[in-house]
Design a protein around this ligand. Structure first.
Ligand code: FAD
Length: 412
């Protein structure tokens, strides 16, 4: 009998799963459901579109023909509202029922809203979809002043958009530095100076407590937690994601912040798998559950999930998810890369090399698990190799921090 596979979500994890499924199961019925109105596009590049640096065309990855050619049934503008895992059925907002033999949940997250007055005003933006990017670009082009909230990897994209669009912006940060969970003051200061140079002013020990609007409901001013007022015809909020799990809340899944899966993307509910940002996956190096918000990781998880969905014997037939994720920022004159798990671990070391070069490494149980590189990304592949090989190197920090260290100089 023909197997039927349903994938919820056409982001990179869902789409990569569909591609792998078609390769592995040429005759299967495959359906991909997405609430977005367009097929897979490059979410990483939508910030360049919002900056005004790229037109629409190169951001798209697949058109509808891509799915037709592979005999994949793509359902756009279709929200999944519930599922019955005993009956093996998925329900959509149009009361359609989709039956599955195997199901993949690849629904990612939605940006969280600040719980403060005015956070839903016109001109207050959150950033996840191409549609968001179109609105952000339009508003940023018209704005003279802006405020940004959220001292992390998505917040800094808003800052770069304001800089590129000539918006005079204040970047309100809750603590004393940008991305304080991964960077020390020395590392963060390199970023602060680069922001300043681009016309974005960092404001520390701050945060938005209210967005004030004009009579038409457009944001005009932001009040911070210290009562300071900042002119802001544009506001960008990036304080984290709410993971899209509402429709499975009562379906028996193990959910913490995301869906708990093992290293093969199995959820524990029979015939249901999950992949991408939505998962809290078992990381075989960390020997613990973890979440990744990165493109490469989501793509690989989609592929592993698809292989597990078709496998007769998952442990024998499928290679576990063993991946060192990385996330780069290209907004400044110097490169920036975080890799692995820079915000976790029980040990760390760091070094400043010059005013635009800095490095920090994190360790757990003696193993390297992640880090941040500013200015010089050359050692990234060596660090990633050490992570993948689970090398015990925490006792050799001096060698690891040498500017051009050699793997042969390490004893492991
Ligand atoms: C502006 C921006 C910049 C980024 N920059 C980088 C970067 O430089 N490097 C990097 O590695 N990563 C970056 N990321 C993160 C990266 O894009 C994500 O980690 C990755 O796209 C996650 O893919 P996913 O398939 O797991 O989820 P998503 O891409 O979020 O896809 C999930 C899909 O499921 C749909 N969906 C959700 N619920 C339902 C439902 N109930 N019914 C139907 N459909 C549903 C959603 O609309 C969405 O289309 C960036 C993200 C953003 C927003």
């Amino acid at each position: 009998m023909t197997e039927s596979y349903v994938i919820i979500g056409d982001g990179i994890s869902g789409s990569s799963a569909a591609e792998t499924l078609r390769e592995e199961a040429p005759d299967a019925d495959i359906t991909v459901v997405t609430d977005e109105g367009e097929p897979l596009y490059n979410r990483i590049l939508i910030k360049e579109f919002a900056k005004g640096k790229l037109p629409e065309a190169p951001i798209s990855i697949h058109d509808e023909d891509w799915y037709d050619e592979r005999d994949i049934d793509l359902k756009l503008n279709t929200l999944v509202t519930g599922l019955d895992t005993d009956a093996h059925e998925v329900y959509t907002h149009e009361r359609e029922t989709l039956e599955y033999d195997k199901l993949l949940v690849a629904t990612g997250g939605t940006p969280a809203q600040l719980p403060v007055p005015g956070s839903d005003a016109d001109g207050v933006h959150h950033f996840w979809t191409f549609q968001d990017a179109r609105r952000i670009r339009e508003d940023a082009e018209d704005a003279d002043t802006g405020v940004l909230v959220g001292a992390g990897l998505l917040g800094i994209d808003f800052a770069a958009i304001c800089a590129a669009q000539g918006v005079d912006a204040h970047y309100l940060m809750r603590g004393d530095r940008w991305w304080r969970y991964a960077l020390s003051e020395d590392g963060a200061d390199i970023i602060h100076e680069a922001l300043d140079e681009k016309g974005v002013t960092p404001v520390f020990d701050s945060g938005a407590s209210e967005f004030i609007t004009d009579d038409d409901g457009n944001v005009v001013e932001t009040v911070d937690s210290n009562g300071e007022h900042y002119d802001s015809e544009f506001a960008g909020v990036a304080i984290g994601l709410d993971f899209n799990v509402e429709f499975i809340q009562d379906a028996g899944f193990d959910i913490e912040t995301g869906i708990i899966v093992d290293e093969y993307m199995r959820t524990g509910v029979e015939d249901v798998f999950a992949a991408g940002d939505i998962t809290e996956f078992y990381d075989v190096v960390l020997e613990d559950h973890a979440q990744n918000g990165s493109w490469g990781s989501a793509k690989q998880q989609g592929s592993v999930a698809a292989q597990a969905m078709v496998a007769d014997d998952v442990e024998d037939d499928v290679e576990e998810f063993r991946w060192v994720s990385s996330y780069s920022i290209t907004h400044f004159d110097f490169p920036f890369l975080s890799f692995g798990f820079p915000t976790r671990g029980d040990d760390e070391c760091e070094r400043t090399y010059d005013d635009q070069e800095w490095r920090r490494l994190t360790f757990k149980d003696g193993k390297l698990i992640g880090g941040v590189l500013i200015g010089n990304l050359a050692p990234q592949s060596k660090y990633k190799q050490l992570i993948r090989e689970e090398a015990q190197v925490a006792d050799q920090k001096e060698v690891l921090l040498e500017e051009n260290f050699d793997l042969d100089d390490l004893d492991f």
